[in-house]
Design a protein around this ligand. Structure first.
Ligand code: ADP
Ligand code: MG
Length: 327
């Protein structure tokens, strides 16, 4: 078989050059948003003393990044030997986690810090029983280890774990945060990105910084000049304007035009029914229409989204939605 070493090498280079890693903040000051959280984490590092932590919030907003910064600042050059990163969902069960923690906790931490740090990502994927086992593990090693747990939903974490941790709720980045992030990356990469394109990136990223970095990198691979169109092209989302037009037609009672435009938009961008319903929902909120009608429309979106998730035919459901708006 002909293995193309050149390609293997290229893939390796690409992964090294991922914007997400290249622009992962290395200092507290580089982390965007999370203003309420950072001063407290900083003070843990300054005092070389911290409780167990539970970092909670959606993906791509700095949970892993801040855990790494804490480790690097606490342990300095030795951080690698004093920090263990595990993922609860791919370590195939809590037993593997337990063995790894046991091994890791056996050796002492560096002299001036009385603990090592274990970062356990995606804790909300653990069953309740597995979480009970994790709680016991945390207790067994609490003299020598601090746990930083991370999850998307703190409600999925059992109370006995929550009560043993300081809980930090991370927020999606604001439009200003995203804009600053974009400015930094485009300056360093020699890219152009106008205000409309920035707004588009913010809209489609929903404040997820990992997505921001990935969208920028995808756009940059096509052209150094990033535009609103190239952003929507890359994420294959309909432009808000297109969806707003669909809404305008349907509310004006022109069901046929609304349906045709929606169909066109979906085909052009390769959108699924769920993608579309989310965007319609967003546009309805901003739509100029009386409040009662708006509330009805939002409720209808919720119904249709539920049916789509349950597997109903997406065109029939979306048509029904537009028809109900047209009435
Ligand atoms: N608050 C932030 N400020 C700047 N960049 C961020 C921030 N959060 C995430 N990023 C970017 O997104 C990437 C993924 O972030 P990460 O901390 O791993 O997310 P998660 O919250 O899912 O653990 C980082 O490598 C970095 O490029
Ligand atoms: Mg993470």
């Amino acid at each position: 078989m002909d293995i193309n070493l050149h390609n293997v090498y290229k893939i390796h280079l690409v992964s090294l050059n991922m914007f997400t890693e290249k622009y992962r903040p290395k200092e507290f000051a580089d982390v965007k948003g999370q203003e309420k959280i950072i001063p407290r984490l900083k003070s843990f590092v300054e005092h070389k003393n911290m409780p167990h932590l539970l970092l909670t919030g959606p993906a791509g907003i700095g949970k892993t990044t801040l855990a790494l910064i804490i480790a690097k600042k606490t342990f300095g050059d030795d951080w690698n030997h004093n920090f263990l990163e595990l993922n609860a969902s791919d370590e195939r069960g809590i037993d593997v986690v337990r063995v790894k923690v046991k091994d890791f906790a056996r050796t002492k931490s560096i002299k001036n810090v009385p603990f090592k740090i274990i970062y356990l990502d995606e804790c909300d994927s653990l069953t309740k029983d597995a979480q009970q086992a994790l709680r016991r593990t945390m207790e067994t090693y609490s003299n020598s280890c601090r746990f930083i747990l991370s999850c998307n939903y703190s409600s999925k974490i059992i109370d006995p774990i929550q009560s043993r941790c300081s809980v930090f709720r991370f927020r999606p980045l604001s439009e200003e945060n995203v804009s600053e992030m974009i400015d930094k990356i485009i300056a360093s990469e020699g890219l152009e990105c106008n205000a409309a394109a920035k707004k588009a990136i913010y809209e489609v990223s929903e404040g997820d910084a990992r997505r921001v970095a990935n969208i920028l990198q995808s756009c940059a691979s096509v052209s150094k000049d990033i535009t609103e169109d190239s952003v929507y092209e890359i994420v294959s989302a309909a432009k808000p304007k297109e969806i707003a037009e669909v809404l305008a037609f349907s509310v004006a009672g022109d069901f046929v035009k609304a349906r045709d435009l929606l169909l066109n938009t979906m085909l052009k961008h390769g959108l699924s029914g769920i993608d579309v319903i989310k965007q319609i929902q967003k546009e309805v909120v901003d739509f100029e229409i009386d409040n009662k009608q708006k509330l009805d429309m939002i409720a209808r979106c919720g119904d249709i989204e539920f049916r789509l998730v349950e597997g109903s035919d997406e065109f029939i459901q979306l048509e029904a939605l537009l028809a109900s708006f047209a009435k």
